[in-house]
Design a protein around this ligand. Structure first.
Ligand code: DHE
Length: 590
């Protein structure tokens, strides 16, 4: 640092020394802090905790915006530290560019108006509206809170774009198509392989559903999020939070990574073309940053087309600079991908039959679209607009919106949802909620049950809030509901199971499966997450998700008897979360 910048920095910091010192000493909270009686209301809910953490962006080297008069100048080290915190803890809600998403905008016109003290207290205590209480929860130190309050008075850092030049530079072919086998070379029962996310080791484990043995552990992107399988069942795609896609050829002996590519800096979703005649032809991935989706060759991952999702909110028609791409599914009725744009609330039907002359049907749905899945016929797609407590339904055959309905609870989070035949209401699709114990069932059969179609026909009370995934199977008589984010250890480490045959009763009861206890693991929080059926539909697998340095496991339950069938343990099973059965994933069976 030159002498000149040192003097400038220390002078400006000196002018903020009073608030900084007071924040650190904790004595200046009186004017804007909530009354002691209200502090409890500011406690963070499971829903508020489940917001994107842009873990990868925090590692980007960002240019520090120039200082403005009257604003505290941060040193390079302070700026880097503040960026790290911002992307990890704040950007998920307030946006990379601080223009607001589920959380409020934090642009400097607003933050300067609010001032240092207000920002510091808001970060410390949170708000009943959903802002986490970073200070009183002990998650952030007073020094970091003071730093962040100063950081927010500065202009936001703008992370780099990611265009075709970068995508091409990241594209690697490990095994070219002409060097791959022309038939299956191994003795594996591919349909019953589970691809298991090993979240914190940046790997997936391929586990045989027949033998329950690990076939191989494959290095993937950072904090890999989901796996999807190609329509033929030959290829497996994984996406890391660092937007890296890995393509695994399941025909090889052993299954091997054949290509990889990056589609941005942060991403969560990947899917492949499933329409008859287009099997395995294309893949698509959606990014959180930059806000864009990328269409690739399905066998090589060669990036073909990048489309930005920046644009207008569907309702107020105001420009949003960073609408992230949430769930993507592939239509079975048309050569189309169904792409959900989170902050602006559009559902895009992207026609991949001619990507040079790309046709996109743009459906006005609801803001904050997140995750969803098909009804049992594969025709209707239901997606949660979770921060709006709504569900949007799209008819993928007709290519239009059916309806947007209240989900019946607080913050719906279906995963892909669960389809079952209700004894009274016929085919229903089910979602649980992050914000409360409600499990909602929505009628999905407009032909034979028109009165129930697209209505919440019944709600059940589960164990509590903090649920992420529900699961059933056409051959199962049960509905399984997890609660991994519930604050009660007993609830987060167990599963509630409802008997479908009992659902016509006034108040159907559930059985609790103590999966965490069954795992035999005695350390850690033992969060039990995401059930997934095997190909036969007679057993369901749950992850017992512990810390990175602790023991985790997969627990297999017999669907008929609800008894423990097997515990899969292996020191390579580090933080297992999502599990994707090849057959069920490619055929959308859930
Ligand atoms: Fe996920 C699906 C986003 C945190 C496990 N998650 C999805 C989808 C989205 C999403 C958009 C739908 C993808 C699709 O269908 O194309 N998830 C996010 C986030 O933004 C969030 C809240 C925070 C983040 O920073 O990533 C987040 N997700 C998590 C977790 O912490 C979970 C529980 C553990 C993990 O491995 O990261 C988790 N998400 C999953 C799983 C699915 C998923 C297992 C797929 C469920 C399925 O059955 O298809």
């Amino acid at each position: 640092m030159t002498l000149r910048t040192f003097i400038k920095t220390s002078t400006v910091l000196a002018s903020f020394a009073i608030p900084l010192v007071m924040a650190v000493s904790g004595s200046a909270f009186a004017d804007t802090a909530p009354a002691p009686a209200d502090i409890k209301k500011h406690g963070t809910t499971p829903g508020a905790k489940y917001e994107p953490s842009l873990d990868v962006m925090k590692n980007e080297t960002l240019e520090q915006p120039g200082a403005k008069e009257g604003v505290p100048i941060l040193t390079k080290a302070q700026f880097d530290r503040a960026n790290e915190i911002y992307f990890q803890r704040c950007a998920g809600c307030h946006g990379v560019l601080r223009k607001g998403a589920t959380g409020k905008a934090l642009t400097t016109d607003l933050t300067k108006e609010l001032g240092f003290d207000y920002l510091r207290d808001f970060i410390t205590y949170g708000s009943p509206g959903g802002m986490p209480n970073w200070g009183t929860s002990g998650d952030m130190t007073k020094e970091d809170i003071a730093l962040m309050s100063n950081y927010l008075l500065n202009e936001p850092a703008v992370p780099p774009e990611f265009g075709m030049d970068k995508a091409m530079a990241s594209w690697k072919t490990h095994v070219p198509v002409d060097k791959r086998p022309t038939k299956k070379m191994n003795n594996l029962n591919l349909d019953n392989i589970f691809s298991v996310t090993l979240r914190d080791s940046g790997e997936i484990a391929l586990i045989s559903g027949d033998t329950k043995k690990i076939i191989s552990v494959i290095k993937t992107g950072y904090a890999v999020h989901i796996s999807r399988t190609s329509a033929s069942g030959r290829y497996l795609f994984t996406i890391g939070r660092d937007a890296k896609i890995d393509l695994i050829d399941l025909w090889m002996d052993p299954p091997t990574k054949v290509a990889e590519v990056k589609v941005g800096s942060e991403a969560r979703s990947v899917e492949t073309s499933k329409m008859k005649g287009w099997e395995d032809k294309y893949a698509i991935a959606g990014a959180y940053w930059p806000p864009q989706y990328v269409i690739m060759d399905g066998e090589t991952l060669e990036p073909k087309k990048i489309v930005s999702t920046r644009g207008m909110t569907y309702d107020t028609q105001e420009y949003h600079p960073e609408p992230r791409v949430a769930a993507i599914v592939a239509s079975h009725y048309r050569p189309e991908f169904v792409v959900n744009i989170k902050e602006t609330g559009h559902i895009l039907l992207v026609d991949y039959s001619d990507i040079k002359n790309l046709k996109v049907t743009d459906i006005e749905a609801e803001r904050f679209l997140h995750d969803g899945g098909f009804d049992s016929t594969g025709r209707y797609f239901l997606v949660a607009a979770n921060a709006r407590d709504k569900l949007a339904i799209v008819d993928t055959k007709e290519g239009k919106l059916v309806d947007v309905i209240e989900s019946g609870g607080v913050k719906p989070h279906p995963g892909r949802g669960a389809n079952l035949i209700h004894p009274k209401f016929g085919p229903v699709w089910t979602t649980s909620h992050l914000g409360d114990e409600t499990i909602s069932m929505i009628g999905t059969d407009p032909e034979k049950h028109p009165d129930q179609a697209w209505k919440v026909v019944q709600t059940l009370d589960g164990q509590g809030g903090g649920s992420l995934f529900v699961k059933s199977h056409p051959k199962s008589g049960h509905l399984y509901v997890d609660t991994p984010l519930n604050p009660e250890a007993e609830i987060s480490s167990s599963i509630a199971v409802f008997k479908i045959a009992d659902m016509a009763k006034e108040e159907p009861e559930y059985t609790v499966l103590p999966i965490g206890e069954w795992s035999g693991i005695t350390e850690g929080v033992r969060r039990v997450v995401q059930g997934e059926f095997n190909v036969a539909g007679d057993e369901i697998w749950f992850s017992v998700w512990n810390g990175k340095d602790q023991e985790s496991a997969i627990v297999v339950v017999d669907d008929k008897t609800l008894k423990l069938k097997e515990v899969i343990k292996d020191k390579r099973l580090i933080t297992p979360t999502g599990k994707f059965n090849v057959f069920n994933t490619r055929n959308d069976v859930y």
